[in-house]
Design a protein around this ligand. Structure first.
Ligand code: FAD
Ligand code: S2G
Ligand code: ZN
Length: 476
């Protein structure tokens, strides 16, 4: 491997000296992860402005054995987006490749570079009177390339699916510098293996996504939402069934929120008030949207809630009476994540089980955690409609965060993951694996699955230069 100075000179010659950062004051924002849990070192942070520059950089690194950490908005919660402390990798960040290349409102597609942030992509779609439906709390920073590489989910998966369902084609630079492109925007193309799927959810280990074609949806004209106090998680699941039956495809989001989660966000969020009195143990934020009439949608919400009350599923409900109410409800929900960070960090269990098991999972996991760490605040929330909850126990208010996490992180996450696995669930529903969950895969993935993943990795990246040490656990 060349000395670092030679690497810096060669890559600066490709992207330009101002796009090859080496000063710690310039690179520290790229080498530390969002949660400040993973701090790495980089030879340089390289900011290419075109696919061709990415290809030239990767070709040089491939020829000289230099490791590359692809990076988007650096909002990964799993340590996937920063290098380790060896200091022998470059970070290749796509933020300078941030152009929307085309919007085709007849084909309902948007073609854009990977460095476009999710919020800019959503704004561009909106300006074309369409919706790009991926909706996650990090949308101001995360990039489309990172969303694809992590197969991001979020609060609208129930209606529109996750990133894998929203991508029609990608362009990616392979570990040897070749450019793979399938930016055709076709919904049907049966000409061999669906190669783009390899890169979706690959967490930067198989290729560097440089552009994509995304599906656009009709922009809803009507939206309504309600915070509903449900009798139990099981009652919430029943209510979802009722909503799907009566309101069909207008059911857009169904987000569980525990009382500790709501209390936490109201503690940290300025001028936030709980939507319901009496601190109900379990609430659900239900959202319906449609391209039809607002009145029809609101009466459909009322009908569903009335039936929920009749069936003994619901104790109370607050229905949004305006768009600003809907937005205020979403602000409460979306800020739960950062509230945990401000409380010193929680034990993050981003898990999914079949919807038919989620109530049982929550009850069992709740009891187990309360036995192990009785004072824990049970911050349980998220995308129940997809069978995915963020089961994130948090320190009691009076305990030091680090002390709590040191004492309980491993035992609680192992217990929760073990329970999830016994219910045929996933130990990472949407945030991916990164470094945080890499070695856990040895417990929960079969040797056939792990072997196959390594075969694919070795076929594309035999030198293991792309994001080494992420996602794939080393096999003995
Ligand atoms: P980064 O963090 O930069 O990178 C993530 C991974 O993708 C790394 O492995 C990196 O190597 C790889 N990568 C990045 N760009 C590329 C590229 N162009 N080509 C190849 N590989 C690449 N996630 C959800 O799914 N649902 C949520 O609801 C959600 N909510 C969040 C809320 C908050 C407040 C925060 C901080 C995070 C949340 N996330 C959520 C996690 C995170 O935002 C997503 O995983 C997001 O998709 C990461 O995008 P990014 O551009 O920041 O990628
Ligand atoms: C969400 C954010 C990450 C977390 O808010 O839906 O994905 O666990 C989460 O705080
Ligand atoms: Zn989430």
């Amino acid at each position: 491997m060349p000395n670092h100075q030679r690497t810096i000179e060669a890559l600066s010659a490709i992207v330009g000296p101002t796009a090859c950062l080496t000063e710690p004051s310039d690179t520290q924002g790229y080498t530390t992860d969002y949660r400040k849990m993973y701090r790495g070192l980089a030879i340089a942070v390289v900011l290419p402005s075109t696919t061709d520059e990415v290809s030239q950089v990767v070709t040089w690194c491939h020829a000289n054995g230099v490791k590359i950490v692809p990076q988007g908005g650096n909002t990964s919660l799993m340590g996937g987006s920063v290098p380790d402390g060896a200091g022998d990798a470059i970070i290749l960040n796509l933020r300078r490749m941030a152009r929307v290349l085309a919007i085709d409102t007849l084909n309902d597609t948007m073609t854009l570079q990977a460095g476009v942030t999710l919020s800019s992509a959503r704004t561009s779609a909106d300006q074309a009177e369409r919706l790009f439906p991926l909706r996650i709390g990090s949308e101001g920073s995360c990039q489309i390339g990172g969303n694809i590489a992590t197969n991001a989910g979020g609060t609208a998966v129930l209606r529109y699916g996750n990133m894998r369902d929203l991508v029609l084609g990608i362009e990616a630079v392979l570990p040897d510098g070749q450019i793979y492109s399938s930016l055709r925007g076709l919904r049907k193309d049966n000409t061999g293996y669906d190669l783009k799927q390899l890169f979706i959810g690959s967490e930067g280990t198989l290729g560097i996504i440089t552009a994509a074609v995304l599906k656009l949806m009709p922009r809803p004209q009507a939206a309504t939402a309600a915070f509903v106090a449900v009798r139990s998680p099981a009652a919430a699941v029943e209510l979802l069934g009722l909503a799907k039956k009566m309101a069909g495809p207008t059911v857009t989001a169904f987000e569980l929120v525990s009382s500790d989660a709501m209390n936490l966000v109201c503690e940290y969020l300025s001028n936030a008030t709980p939507p319901l009195q009496g601190q109900p143990a379990w609430m659900v934020l239900v959202e319906f949207t449609s391209t039809g009439s607002q009145d029809l949608l609101e009466s459909s919400m009322v009908q569903v809630l009335e039936l929920g009350i009749e069936n003994g599923l619901i104790n109370d409900a607050a229905i949004a009476s305006s768009l600003s109410d809907v937005q205020a409800f979403w602000r409460l929900r979306e800020e739960i994540s950062d509230a945990q960070t401000r409380a010193g960090g929680s034990i993050k269990c981003d898990v999914s089980v079949p919807l038919s098991s989620i109530a049982n999972f929550i009850d069992e996991a709740y009891k187990a955690v309360k036995t192990m760490a009785p004072e824990s605040r049970m911050v349980i929330y998220g995308h129940m409609g997809d069978g995915n909850v963020h089961f994130n126990p948090l320190r009691p208010a009076q305990q030091d965060a680090k002390e709590y996490l040191m004492a309980h992180y491993e035992s609680i996450s192992n217990t929760v993951d073990g329970l999830v696995h016994s219910l045929n669930g996933s130990i990472s529903a949407e945030h991916g694996i990164g470094v945080a969950k890499r070695d856990d895969l040895l417990k929960y993935k079969s040797s056939v699955e792990l072997g196959l993943m390594w075969q694919v990795k070795k076929a594309l990246d035999p030198q293991n230069l792309l994001n080494p040490g992420k996602l794939l656990p080393s096999l003995a």
